[in-house]
Ligand binder design. Sequence first.
Ligand SMILES: *[C@@H]1O[C@H](CO)[C@@H](O)[C@H](O)[C@H]1NC(C)=O
Ligand SMILES: *[C@@H]1O[C@H](CO)[C@@H](O)[C@H](O)[C@H]1NC(C)=O
Length: 392
Amino acid sequence: MSAITIKVILLITLPVSLALQTRPEDAKLNFTELGAKYGHPVEEYDVVTEDGYILTLFHIPGEIEGPVLLMHGIADSADTFIIRGNLSLVITLADKGYDVWAGNTRGNKYGRRHKYLNPDTDKEFWDFSFHEAGFYDLTATVDYVLESTGEESIRTIGHSQGTTAHFVLLSTRPEYNEKIKGFIALAPVAFLNNVIPPVSTVTKVGPVINAFLKSLGIEELLRDHSAARELIELICSQGIISYALCYILAVSPFAGFDPKRIESDFWEVITGHYPAATSRKSLVHFDQVALGRRFANYEYGPSENFRRYKLLRAPSYNLGEITTKVTLVVGQNDALSRVKDVDILRSLLPGDPKYHLMEPALWNHLDFVWANDMDKYLYPYIFSSLEEFEFE
Ligand SMILES: *[C@@H]1O[C@H](CO)[C@@H](O)[C@H](O)[C@H]1NC(C)=O
Ligand SMILES: *[C@@H]1O[C@H](CO)[C@@H](O)[C@H](O)[C@H]1NC(C)=O
């Protein structure tokens, strides 16, 4: 669909939708505003990566429990950990007196800045995947928190691609195993060997989709306030029918079917924040992981591989380097982070990582950040793990 067609549709449907419905306030508030609304003033910092990206880092100061850094998943942002308001992980941690930091990876609405590159005109800006999210963004963010707090090491929590970024960082820059003393991986993603349809169907046609996007010169996907993004938000935020269409029919097959934990009112809040933008290359790299059945660096083809890696084939990440204490938290019904794939990861991580299978049988990929009963099933486990890391 062309941008013009989308704009025409918007022009016709927007007034109707505005008349039909008022959006929930939290759909429109940013991280800082949500923090204030739920009782915690937020500080904003700019983190600059080695390769020039400028990322917003959010901080809610707390003095009782020590720093914890949160890192979000693909096409997401720090918002994900706070949009549940009083029930969210950020507010719950802050209420308990943790010093909470929430980072962002390059390309999303809080990471769309660079010292020299212009995201609107420079294609190089979008030349990144989960590799750079770990190797550069997480590195700079961890260092920023260490420097600000004067701590020698911190505890971290990642969701989905936020866990992938950790596995990249800890296996490629071993010194960060000293800086991160404990890491809780929610819905860990390193292997995609056991995905089933429709996820596996999409990974199979991935190369075709990629060729198509490339031929159109599309590097940035789902930019905030773009016509396509506005259209998704419009279609997906019209009450119960939108909920059925967008969450149950479109998203659930890729996350796991669990209609109860993310209810339609809250779905409207989600559509204001998710999806946040990402790059074409991010999807391609995950597709390579799935099709190649290995957790490896980006595959550029033999000559470019040789230039970058001195190898004809992109090297696997060496998970054997990881000495940080890792806790893997897994949903039985997670369509992206499959139990069998986490088993592979677990067998390759040294030091017998802690492992927790979520008790509810329907727990899916998104329930780790958005479920309406995270306080009952997830947080007790998170808090006990954080405490153990502190005293290990
Ligand atoms: C969030 O919104 C506030 C108030 O509108 C604004 O001052 C602030 O810059 C925003 N923060 C970010 C990171 O966009
Ligand atoms: C969040 O919880 C606090 C403390 O329980 C309460 O005072 C406040 O009204 C709640 N905020 C919202 C917006 O629900």
